[in-house]
Design a protein around this ligand. Structure first.
Ligand code: GLA
Length: 669
């Protein structure tokens, strides 16, 4: 991704800091904040995200004095600001004066004020107010020396990814006219001959509001696309004001990849971002949450087109919004932070700087916890600041990979709809099953969209790419013909971009490439599993497949399909195409990944590392490379490497010990 407004504006290494909400504190605490930020090495803070009601306490009555003082103080301390548009939460006077801006659920429930994000993103009234507020911020602070980057709104679509209000209905109809042009084309795309759903005009169309039973799936898919586009339209509207008033300042907004929101197609946003920013929170109940973190970071880099990106938020310890909010273990906060850096982050930021004592997030950890400076969290905050200073040379370097995993938001949306062969399919689960196996193998993976350039990868994993247009399907086939090994899993290529089945046998779009043809899906019942001929257990899915050019790699050993292929491999030009027509258990996936990577001749970043040790490289323009070694195990690990270890400042001649639960970063050349 290239931008005329490169981030960061100021010199320096990896940016370090967090959300800073000074409006929650008296001035003496704010003065202490700045001193402690200096102690921790904080250089960038996000300010003003939820400040609208403080900046404009009554309509048209602005009070910027307190924010002026905050920004001046930060600047005097050498701390830059990711300044928000302050539009993430409309103040109560606004929702009272204009209740029509409130969003609605599918069942008509109105989402009122009293929390945050109580706005319908399609509301022209809200848009006007948000644009006006953004302009005021840009005009007031555009030349402020602390301003490093604009932070538009906050986690757009986080709580209200779908709005079903009248404002949304109107905008949806506009969007549909644009996409389908005529009502006949829409009828055909939506398959409205079914169940008497034919529309005579666009005026008759509604969002997919609560209905007696299954709502038209293409209507749902288009509504998901529309909803993602509406968030982007809002971003653009505010971004355009910022660019007009402050053309020299880069703009971003914080994405929520994987942790919360499947409903924004971030790949479609990448061209609009000066720098990609992501928020990531560990899933506490997942014993391998660090692999989910790695996926989120690789996806952030994919959305950024390989460029460095910002980790805008993560947590120093527990969050407060999961059912049970585990505190982080020894070294975990540093491992988490540096794992993001290893995978391309040039900023490490937290929610939030100082832990709140009031409000809904008072039990969410922060850089400065309730306990104050005499706490392990604070000591780790300071330690991390030191580490990031040592990693300054890493800034701007890039991660490269021979392996890509194709990730597709519309397939996520469409594959999980009702009325399908099974309700047990979870798109992200399928993706993570394969990603985890690659992570365990130590292989670096680019997470890319099907619309991106796939040539150049040696290995391509395509899990459950359910909805796929002809061009994207051709791109996958082309990668194989050009020499890649491509592995496609079940329920891929089934429907086109309108969610219409590709007839003639499954997996429609990939039948020729894979050299197989399936005539029937045979999903398994909950708890049921079958055996493959190598002893692997497989569950969730089977299908009646026959070979049409491919060879069988695994066949079913039992059940109604005994003897028929379950995993196949086909020659495709200079490469190969594998099909996995079921869901093997973890050992089965690992064995397939081993065979597949061996065929593709893909090596791990460092060979021979014990399980639980993560290794990723970033490459600088000048031929320098930085090897990140992250030891998630409780044992010290010796690695044969040469270079200079940056965190401890030691030369390494042949062998480096990465202590249990710690990280080492080696400058290799
Ligand atoms: C999100 C929001 C923050 C905060 C954190 C808590 O990322 O952007 O304002 O609510 O969650 O984890």
């Amino acid at each position: 991704m290239t931008s005329e407004r490169p981030w960061p504006l100021r010199a320096g290494g990896i940016a370090y800091g967090g959300d800073y909400n000074p409006e929650q504190w008296p001035v003496d605490v704010q003065l202490e904040d700045v001193e402690l930020m200096k102690e921790a090495g904080v250089g960038l803070v996000s300010v003003g995200i939820f400040s609208w009601a403080q900046l404009e306490p009554r309509e048209g009555d602005f009070d910027f004095r307190w924010l002026d003082a905050v920004l001046d103080r930060l600047h005097a301390a050498g701390i830059g600001v990711a300044l928000a548009t302050a539009t993430a939460s409309p103040p109560p006077w606004l929702t009272r004066a204009h209740p029509e801006i409130l969003p609605e659920r599918a069942d008509g429930t109105v989402l009122h004020q009293g929390s945050r994000q109580s706005y319908a993103v399609s509301s022209p009234v809200f848009r006007d107010y948000a644009v006006r507020m953004t302009r005021r911020m840009a005009e007031r602070y555009g030349d402020h020396p602390a301003l490093a980057v604009w932070h538009v709104d906050n986690e757009l679509g986080c709580h209200v990814p779908h709005d079903y209000s009248d404002a949304a209905a109107e905008a949806f109809r506009r969007w549909l006219r644009n996409r389908h042009t005529t009502i006949e084309a829409l009828n055909s795309a939506w398959g409205t001959a079914f169940w008497s759903q034919r529309y005579d005009s666009f005026e008759e169309i509604l969002p997919p509001r609560s209905a007696p039973t299954f709502v038209n799936p293409t209507q749902q898919l288009d509504f998901a696309r529309f909803s993602s586009d509406e968030q982007l339209a809002h971003y653009r509207a505010l971004r355009d004001v910022l660019r007009e008033v402050t053309p020299h300042v880069p703009t971003t907004t914080n994405f929520m990849m994987t942790t919360a929101n499947k409903w924004v197609d971030y790949f479609s946003w990448s061209g609009d971002m000066d720098v990609v920013a992501n928020d990531h929170y560990l899933v506490a109940r997942d014993p391998e949450a660090h692999i989910g973190l790695a996926f989120s970071a690789d996806l952030s880099r994919g959305v950024a087109g390989g460029a460095p990106w910002m980790l805008m938020e993560h947590s120093t310890s527990a969050v407060n919004w999961q059912p049970r909010n585990s505190a982080k273990g020894a070294g975990e906060m540093v491992r988490n932070s540096l794992a993001h850096v290893a995978r391309g982050a040039d900023a490490v930021m937290f929610f939030q700087w100082r832990q709140s004592t009031a409000g809904a997030e008072k039990y969410h950890s922060a850089m400065l916890p309730h306990a104050g400076r005499d706490s392990d969290v604070w000591r780790t905050t300071v330690e991390l600041g030191g580490h990031l200073r040592s990693l300054a040379p890493v800034r701007g370097s890039r991660v490269t990979a021979d392996t890509a995993l194709v990730f597709d938001y519309p397939s996520w949306w469409a594959s999980e709809m009702e009325g399908h062969p099974t309700q047990d399919l979870g798109y992200l689960d399928e993706v993570m099953r394969w990603y985890r196996a690659l992570w365990r193998r130590g292989v670096t993976v680019d997470v890319v969209s099907p619309g991106s350039d796939l040539t150049g990868y040696r290995a391509l994993v395509v899990p459950t790419l359910y909805t796929v247009g002809d061009e994207d399907a051709a791109r996958v086939a082309e990668a194989a013909r050009a020499g890649a090994s491509v592995l496609i899993t079940f329920f891929s290529g089934i429907v086109d971009e309108h969610d219409h089945v590709r007839p003639g046998g499954y997996p429609g779009a990939f039948r020729d490439l894979l050299g197989v043809r399936s005539e029937e899906f045979r999903p398994l019942q909950e708890g049921e599993s079958l055996t493959l001929d190598d002893g692997t257990r497989a569950d969730l899915w089977s299908e009646k497949t026959r070979l049409e050019g491919a060879t069988a790699v695994r066949t079913w050993a039992d059940g109604p399909l005994a003897g028929l292929p379950a995993v196949t491999r086909n020659d495709a030009g200079r490469g190969h195409a594998w099909y996995v027509a079921t869901r093997p258990d973890d050992d089965g996936v690992a064995a397939l990944v081993d065979a597949f990577l061996a065929e593709a001749d893909v090596a791990p970043a460092v060979a021979g590392l014990p399980g639980g040790v993560e290794a990723v490289r970033r490459h600088g323009d000048d031929g320098t490379s930085f090897l990140f070694l992250i030891n998630h195990t409780a044992h010290d690990v010796d690695v044969r490497v040469t270079g200079h270890e940056l965190l401890r400042g030691q030369d390494v001649a042949t062998r480096l010990t990465v202590p249990a639960l710690e990280v080492a970063v080696l400058r290799e050349h």
